[in-house]
Design a protein around this ligand. Structure first.
Ligand SMILES: Cc1cc2nc3c(=O)[nH]c(=O)nc-3n(C[C@H](O)[C@H](O)[C@H](O)COP(=O)(O)OP(=O)(O)OC[C@H]3O[C@@H](n4cnc5c(N)ncnc54)[C@H](O)[C@@H]3O)c2cc1C
Length: 528
């Protein structure tokens, strides 16, 4: 008998969620992680003594509440902190826009830019609520085809929804609602996060929905941070999985997935250990899983070619810093507006221009930056009186034309600081240490191909029944015994946990239908 019922490759948050659900159902689970810590793109690390930074992912909110409840993550140490204000955006002319939890207060802010937009804003949010009513229930189950989804759509003309939400660009969608360039710029920034697309790229309207599904403390469409950094989430997930009996091993990179008689039967680690199980679950993207960890004849050529075509160009980098004190943002009267996202996204044109440069292999000379000073709401992440700063910076293509990311780190840091300096003139005096995490780093540290933060762009052509590959959306793969649970699968990237949850449900259903006989499992590994 195999030592384990299931082996999970990679201890990112989705791998941990899958492990948690499988272990909770009584399966013997082994999780193998190549790094020294669990969490994948959802970790806290301490690059400088006393400064605990969310190296990759930095804003919490998307994690599905059902997972928090099922795996009792709060009992195991997860503590979300809701941001209020949610966001603050300074503009070159010295004005600013603050997004409060209180929508009426936000309306008053918007009125300073356009009274018409202020009046439209509650209707815009109500429109999103209707959309989210349809989207939220389909996140925690294998996807339905887009056509099917539209057939079931209630609350709005499905053809109009198809056009507005799935086919339009974010810029077109926002032009239909608002006139203020400042407001549209800030809102459009949520449509480009992590995706190699500009706000005028068709399909980006849907990304607004993807980044709007956050629920925290009963609030909808919101973001927060995790106490102790993003690692606070994955540490709790690891504790939950281990509580139910899962074994988690770090420094245990998987070199290859073992295939015998046409099915996955286990793994070999980088150190040459062999582990066997009737179920192998990869939380890695499809290029890593099928083109690197499996022999080329494990699946047919047609499938491999479709894997190669998945778009996972890198789009962003991180600039993380230890600060001596908080910078003074000229447009903010004190730190009270700085505890959420600080977005440098003054207009749709600004964002599109930043993308233009990346299209031709350059780092944006004036990038979009999403800044968080987590230490304001969570002083535990910095030494007393000091602060942290994480900057999500776009656009950063996977490959730079004529140079390499390793050669341009100092210039990248200068560009980020120059950009912030236009809004916080003392930024340079506050920075004690900094690090630049490039798309190449994201790929080499985490194995996310191309440095794409979602294991594949989350535009509609790569979502729902197209994710990860049409015909293979059920978390099963053409190789019997092998499943996928990472954010390459439905519903996609971000710290949602939904892919991990859904994969576990499919595996448990297959295990239950098959009893413990491995032969029966093969029959169930059919495309859906
Ligand atoms: C820079 C950046 C910023 C982001 N910002 C946010 C944000 O603010 N909010 C948000 O919600 N989302 C954010 N995201 C997206 C989100 O973090 C990811 O989509 C999500 O964490 C992916 O989780 P996963 O478990 O599917 O994959 P991963 O986190 O990639 O996990 C895969 C795991 O597998 C391990 N691994 C790789 N190869 C092997 C191997 N051969 N053997 C064993 N282990 C292996 C990796 O080390 C990793 O731990 C960000 C991501 C990045 C990179």
């Amino acid at each position: 008998m195999a030592e384990f019922d299931a082996i999970v490759v990679g201890a990112g948050h989705n791998g941990l969620v899958t492990a948690g659900y499988l272990a909770r159902a009584g399966q013997r689970v082994l999780v193998l992680e190549k790094r020294s810590i669990v969490g994948g793109a959802c970790v806290t690390e301490e690059p400088w003594p006393g400064y605990r930074l969310s190296t990759f992912g930095y804003a919490a909110g998307l994690l599905r509440p059902q997972i928090v409840e099922d795996l009792e993550l709060k009992r195991f140490g997860y503590r979300p902190i809701l941001c209020d204000p949610q966001g603050f955006s300074p503009f070159p002319d010295g004005r600013s826009l603050t997004f409060w939890l209180d929508e009426e207060k936000t309306q008053q802010e918007i009125a300073r830019f356009s009274k018409r937009d202020a009046a439209a804003y509650p209707k815009y949010l109500a429109w999103w609520d209707q959309i989210l009513d349809q989207i939220e229930p389909i996140l925690m189950a294998p996807p339905v085809a887009l056509g099917e989804m539209l057939k079931r759509w209630t609350g709005g003309d499905p053809q109009q929804i198809l056009r507005d939400l799935f086919l339009q660009s974010a810029a077109d969608l926002l032009d239909g609602w608002f006139e203020s360039e400042e407001l549209k710029g800030v809102l459009a920034s949520s449509a480009i996060i992590g995706t190699f697309a500009g706000p005028r790229t068709p399909g980006t309207a849907y990304i607004l929905a993807h980044n709007n599904v956050g629920i925290l403390d009963g609030h909808r469409r919101v973001w927060g941070i995790a106490a102790g950094g993003m690692g606070g989430i994955t540490q709790a997930m690891a504790r939950a999985a281990m509580h139910h009996g899962a074994q988690i091993r770090t420094h245990a990179g998987v070199r290859r997935i073992l295939v015998e008689h046409g099915r996955a039967v286990g793994v070999e680690t980088e150190s040459g250990e062999f582990h066997r199980a009737p179920v192998v679950v990869s939380s890695l993207d499809l290029k890593q899983t099928f083109l690197r960890l499996l022999p080329s004849d494990a699946v047919d050529l047609g499938f491999r070619l479709r894997v190669q075509k998945i778009r996972n160009q890198g789009a962003c980098l991180k600039f993380n810093a230890a600060l001596d004190r908080l910078p003074h943002y000229t447009a903010a009267s004190g730190p009270s507006r700085l505890s959420g996202a600080l977005d440098i996204a003054p207009s749709v044109d600004y964002l599109e221009r930043a993308f233009d440069e990346a299209k031709y292999g350059r780092f944006s000379s004036r990038p979009y930056i999403d800044i968080y000073h987590q230490s304001i709401l969570d002083p535990s992440v910095a030494p007393p009186g000091k602060h942290t700063m994480t900057c999500f910076v776009e656009y950063a293509p996977t490959e730079l034309r004529g140079t390499d990311w390793d050669d341009v780190r100092p210039q990248v840091a200068e560009t980020v600081l120059d950009t912030i300096e236009e809004y916080a003139p003392d930024i340079r005096q506050t920075v004690l240490h900094w690090q630049v995490v490039t798309p190449k780093d994201i790929e080499s540290i985490l194995g996310m191909t191309g440095g794409n933060i979602d294991q594949g762009d989350i535009t509609p052509d790569q979502l729902f029944s197209f994710r990860p590959i049409p015909g293979w959306t059920s978390y099963r793969t053409p190789l019997p015994g092998l499943y996928l649970c990472g954010c390459a699968t439905h519903p996609g990237g971000g710290v949602l946990g939904a892919p991990g949850h859904n994969a576990a449900q499919v595996i448990l259903a297959d295990r239950s239908a098959a009893g413990t006989g491995s032969g029966a499992l093969e029959k169930l590994s059919a495309p859906v």
